[in-house]
Design a protein around this ligand. Structure first.
Ligand code: DWN
Ligand code: SAH
Length: 405
């Protein structure tokens, strides 16, 4: 038993994924002996409806000066954030606006504000990715956001017209402090827009690889309405996104400051009818994960017995969950190709599969490639036609384990 991170109700995990290393803990063999592991268990709180991990590593272990994920590795995501920024600029900013982004990483979103001379600030604790943003003329501070930092920002720069975040709110266990900070930072008529992987999609697609150390929570409209409501902020719209395999953009304002769209009620109704708000549903999810694991391992073992060459495509943080939960190692997957220089030459967390530069894949196609970056399937499939023409086949595992040729 432990306490819900949001409402402090006693909760119990419904599923254990076993011992897990850091999702982005790519490492060299000399560091295997000191590799960090934790017990990754998931729980659902019946009261506030929050899906959460029951424990996770300290934030400094995950986010630091050698953070492995650079947002700019996807061209599709750069376009997504350009459109996101344009929506904010067109619909929510007035004269001399100030925009704050949490988890601004290499500046993929803020670049669109900086290039237009809009006053902005990124809050990014991982200094290597923050430095990449600074090189593009983006202002950011290397800090973890919380209520104290929000007060400091208000003193130094004033309140914000827009508070933005993508794929970071769900990373922060002390969300009450964060939401309190947002309420302090936001102008009376300001707007909050953030997006994160959507619990409904994870559930529907059995995309359990969205569960890893960095993802403390998987949100729904119901759980977000509860959490922000505690701090006087109101959910005024929800907009589903296809990014990261199905995300939700939540739009909020100070309570009563703006009209609430019908979309909010529709989403809350959907979550009820889909039984996302009932803990019994998560037993079904657990069974779906177990079945997916069995099918993927059986497929890889079968290919191995046929002497086929299998590589991975995209050394994602998500792949850490798949590889460790399924017990897949270098015996079943030769290497994983990835375009991120900081990951190349290292080995995947826990499973210790070599991560190799993209040229390795391009120069000598394997028979099969497991698409770990399945959330970027459109972008990847479009540029990897030659792989298929050479007889290569994709292995996907979301929404079901399948071979695509
Ligand atoms: O929430 C998070 C999301 C936004 O990013 C973070 N906690 C960490 C990270 O998660 P991830 O590692 O699962 O993200 P991606 O975007 O699925 O990672 C894709 C990986 O694949 C990157 O390492 C880059 C690589 N890649 C590649 O090798 N070729 C990606 C593309 C599009 C490609 O063509
Ligand atoms: N927004 C980017 C990056 C997501 S990765 C995108 O969508 O692609 C998550 C980012 O959040 C990392 O760069 C990490 O360093 C940052 N982060 C983690 N905890 C944070 C916190 N408390 N405050 C601000 N940023 C945080």
């Amino acid at each position: 038993m432990c306490r819900c991170l949001i409402c402090e109700t006693q909760i119990k995990s419904f599923m254990s994924f076993g011992r897990m290393p850091l999702g982005n803990g790519f490492l060299a063999p000399e560091n295997y002996s000191k590799e960090y592991f934790f017990d990754m268990d998931a729980a659902f709180c019946e009261k506030c409806k929050m899906f959460q991990l029951t424990q996770q590593p300290d934030e400094e272990q995950m986010f630091h000066e050698n953070y492995a994920f650079f947002s700019g590795t996807s061209v599709f995501m750069a376009k997504h954030f350009q459109e996101f920024a344009e929506d904010v600029i067109k619909n929510y900013l007035q004269s001399d606006p100030f925009v704050v982004e949490l988890g601004s990483n290499d500046g993929i979103m803020l670049k669109n504000f900086a290039d237009r001379g809009i006053r902005h600030l990124g809050v990014e604790p991982s200094n290597n990715v923050a430095e990449a943003a600074r090189k593009k003329g983006i202002e950011c501070i290397t800090e973890f956001f919380n209520e104290d930092l929000a007060e400091k920002i208000v003193k130094e720069k004033g309140q914000a017209d827009a508070f933005l975040a993508a794929n970071v709110m769900c990373h922060i266990p002390y969300l009450h402090s964060v939401v309190k900070g947002i309420a302090t930072l936001l102008k009376p008529n300001g707007i909050v827009m953030f997006e994160d992987p959507y619990l409904g999609d994870v559930f529907q697609k059995t995309s359990y690889d969205q569960i890893y150390d960095e993802h403390t929570f998987l949100f729904s409209a119901t759980s977000i309405q509860y959490l922000f409501g505690v701090h006087g902020l109101e959910l005024i719209d929800v907009i589903h996104q296809e990014t990261h395999g199905g995300s939700m953009r939540y739009v909020l304002s100070h309570k009563g400051a703006r009209a609430v769209s019908d979309g909010v009620k529709n989403q809350l109704d959907f979550e009820k009818s889909f039984k996302l708000d009932q803990s019994a549903s998560y037993l079904q999810f657990k069974q779906n994960c177990e079945r997916s694991r069995e099918e993927l391992v059986a497929l890889l073992k079968d290919l191995k017995s046929q002497g086929k060459r299998v590589a991975g495509y995209g050394a994602t943080s998500k792949s850490t969950t798949i590889l460790n939960y399924c017990g897949i190692g270098p015996d079943l997957i030769e290497y994983i190709s990835d375009t991120t220089p900081i990951k190349q030459g290292k080995y995947t967390p826990g499973a210790h599969i070599p991560v190799k530069p993209y040229d390795e894949f391009k120069g000598n196609y394997p028979d099969y490639a497991v698409l770990f970056a399945w959330n970027h399937a459109k972008e990847i499939m479009a540029k990897e036609q030659d792989f298929l023409h050479s007889g290569g086949k994709w292995i996907v595992f979301v929404p079901k384990v399948e071979v695509l040729d």
